[in-house]
Design a binder for this molecule. Structure first.
Ligand code: PLP
Ligand code: TYF
Length: 400
């Protein structure tokens, strides 16, 4: 009876790690998935996470079911972290926050809400974007189309293209925006550009839908990385924001995140929250508790919160250092005079190298450098010691 089932294609990002594991070459480098590594290229569990877990053991906390909407202490701190604790939208009870299965699961809840309450409405996504966005909207039966974002000529933002595509979309569309550290390009709008994007979205009666997977990881500052979202919220707009703690707290496999819906009143927020719970219940009943407690303990405790900020600065700082070293190595080795400074302008975990598919294949086949075929490399998986080797690989792949 299952004979008719066909083979599904592997995930283009997670599949890279599988290929990496199978490679026996000593020089191999995994720059595929966006997961933080130490300078020794080892996975990293934050000290504040271990401390929060010890606290949980000391307190003898139980494993009782959570309510459908998740851990109350988590939902409170996650909205405050995002919008700022003193934000009037929180004080007015206008934010519906529901714990989700990390960023992906939270996006999926929002997509289901859109499918139910905005039938036929389109979600605009950037070209390119994180590959899973398309899967999420396809599986939720939400139509989507792309807006221009990346300009290969400048390896920068196609700002005019972006604005005109958002303008051309049907009124009342959802516009998916990366809150900070755009994946895969590493190219973010400037604060002035964000204002103009907000102008157009307001003119068109669109609903902004933020994906915030890197708060604190892009600049090293939680507030600075949330400034795009806060700018929209300050205009009194209704908006959706999916959050993830995979990267900034290194809680990848704990699957902890949230969906926040900013509504026009506390009444509306209560109704929206009830519908999000109705969507969650038949999918997974209620979310896992471990990651929610870690976040609540770290953010809710001033000492741990400060330590977290320091560890995040350390992670963001290490990535900035390898970014600089890679740029220096490329500039020194490349005799053609090509300007590699776009690498320094990009932010977050990733760098979009501009390498095409054939060149990316050469990186892997000849140099054992594993990366996605769109030319993206994860700098979080790179060490200072490997920058020279990577620069050699990039130059060889680029010019041959
Ligand atoms: N959105 C973007 C843009 C991402 O890069 C990621 C990956 O980190 C996610 C969402 C969600 O990841 P997760 O489901 O692990 O929180
Ligand atoms: O883009 C990345 O590498 C991260 C991790 O299905 C990731 O966002 C990749 C693929 C996926 C889930 C997470």
């Amino acid at each position: 009876r299952f004979e008719g089932v066909t083979m599904a294609p592997p995930d283009p990002i997670l599949g890279v790690s599988e290929a990496f594991k199978a490679d026996t070459d000593a020089a191999k480098l995994n720059l595929g998935v966006g997961a933080y590594r130490t300078e020794e290229l080892q996975p990293y569990v934050l000290n504040v996470v271990k401390k929060a877990e010890n606290l949980m053991l000391e307190r003898g906390e139980t494993k009782e079911y959570l309510p459908i909407e998740g851990l109350a202490a988590f939902n409170k701190v996650t909205a405050e972290l995002l919008f700022g604790a003193g934000n009037p939208i929180i004080q007015q009870g206008r934010v519906a926050t529901v714990q989700g299965l990390s960023g992906t699961g939270s996006l999926r809840l929002a997509a289901a809400l859109i499918e139910r309450y905005f039938p036929g409405a389109k979600v605009l996504i950037s070209s390119p974007t994180w590959g899973n966005h398309k899967n999420i909207f396809n599986d939720s039966r939400v139509p989507w189309s792309e807006y221009r974002y990346y300009d290969p000529k400048t390896v920068g933002l196609d700002f005019d293209g972006m604005l005109s595509d958002i303008k051309a979309a049907p009124d009342g569309s959802f516009v998916l925006l990366h809150g900070c550290a755009h994946n895969p390009t590493g190219i973010d709008p400037t604060p002035e550009q964000w204002e103009k994007i907000a102008d157009v979205i307001q003119e068109k009666n669109h609903i902004p839908f933020f994906d915030v997977a890197y708060q604190g990881f892009a600049s090293g500052s939680l507030d600075e990385d949330a400034s795009s979202v806060r700018l929209f919220a300050a205009r009194g707009m209704e908006l959706l924001v999916a959050q993830s703690y995979s990267k900034n707290l290194g809680l990848y496999a704990e699957r902890i995140g949230a969906i926040n819906v900013v509504c026009s009143s506390s009444d509306v927020a209560a109704r929206v929250k009830s519908q999000l719970k109705k969507i969650a219940r038949p999918m997974y009943s209620n979310p896992p508790i471990h990651g929610a407690r870690i976040v609540a303990n770290v953010v809710g405790d001033p000492t741990l919160f400060n330590e977290w900020k320091q560890e995040m600065e350390l992670m963001a700082g290490r990535i900035k250092n390898v970014r600089q070293k890679l740029f220096d190595s490329l500039s020194a080795k490349d005799k053609s005079g090509k300007d590699w400074s776009f690498i320094l302008k990009q932010i977050g975990m990733f760098s979009f190298t501009g390498l095409n598919k054939a060149q990316s294949d050469n990186m892997t086949d000849k140099w054992h450098v594993y990366m996605t075929k769109d030319g993206r490399i994860s700098l979080a998986g790179l060490s200072l010691a490997k920058c020279e080797y990577l620069a050699d690989a990039i130059i060889d792949s680029f010019y041959n």
